[in-house]
Write a protein that binds this ligand. Sequence first.
Ligand code: HEC
Ligand code: HEC
Length: 228
Amino acid sequence: MIDEPRGRRARPWTLLAAVALAGAAAAAMTAHAQEGVQGDDTIFGGSIEAGREKSATCAACHGIDGNSVNPLWPSLAGQHPGYIYNQLQAYKNGERQDPGMVGFAQSMSDQDMRDVAAYFSSQTLTPKGADPELVQLGEDIYRAGVPERGIPACIACHGPAGNGNYLASYPRIAGQHAAYMLNTMREYAAGTRRSDAKYNQMMRNIASQLLEDELRAVVNYAQGLQRQ
Ligand code: HEC
Ligand code: HEC
C-alpha cells in the first residue's frame, strides 16, 4: 500500500488521503530511527512533539510524515533540521520566493521553525528510483564534477550517499524528488533562489554553469541515491 500510490505520481491529489494514512503508521514506527534522535525529543532547539502538531498545515503538501506525493513539492522527511530552519528563514527574509511558502514562513516564529524542523527531520524518507538512461552522466557529474569547466563534484559537500552534512546544514539530496530539484537548480541558476548567500553563492555558481541535460541527469542520480 505504501509503494503503489507513490509510483503513480501523475495524480497526486487523488492519492493524498491514502498516502497520509500509510504515512501516519510509518511515522509511528520510525520516528526514533533517524540519526540525532535518541529517545530525546528535542533536536536543534526544537521539540518533535510540538513540531508534529504545528506541521498539520504543512501535511497537505509535504505529507504527514514529510514524504510529499507531488514530485514538484520537496520531501522534508529525514532532512537536516538546520537546513529546514535555514530555508524557512530564507522564505521569510526574501532569499527564496515561492508565494505560498513565503506566507507560511512569515506567520512562523523562530521556535515554530525549530519545532517543525525537529519533527520533519525525525521522519523517514521513502527511497526512490532513478531513470537508468540518465544514471551514467548523472553519476559522472555527481562524483567528479565537470573538471574542464571548473564545476566541483557534488560528492564533496553532499557526500557519496547524498546525505549532506548535518552540522554544516548541507542538505540531504538522496531520495529528494528530481522534478523539485530540477526546479530549484533552475532557480539557483536564475538567481531567484539566494539562500546560499552564507555559502559563497556556491549553488548559484554551480547551477548556472551546468547545461540543462547535465542538470536533469545529476538530479535524477541524486533522487536514486539511498540514504544511509
Ligand atoms: C500548498 C502546498 C504547501 C504547503 C501547505 C506547505 N508547503 Fe512547504 N513547500 C511547498 C513547495 C511547492 C515548496 C518548494 C518551493 C520552492 O521551489 O521554493 C516548498 C518548500 C519548502 C521547504 C524547503 C525545502 C527544501 O528542500 O529546500 C521547507 C523547509 C518547507 N516547504 C516547509 C514547510 C512547512 C514547515 C510548512 C507548514 C508550516 C509548509 N512547508 C507548507 C509547498 C507547500
Ligand atoms: C561546496 C559545497 C557544495 C557543492 C560542491 C554542491 N553543493 Fe549543493 N548545496 C550546498 C549547500 C550548502 C546547499 C544549501 C544552500 C542553501 O541554503 O540554499 C546546497 C543545496 C543544494 C540543493 C537544494 C536542495 C533542496 O532541498 O532544495 C540541491 C538540489 C543541490 N545542492 C544539488 C547539488 C548538485 C547536483 C551538486 C553538484 C553538481 C552540488 N549540489 C554541489 C553545497 C554544495
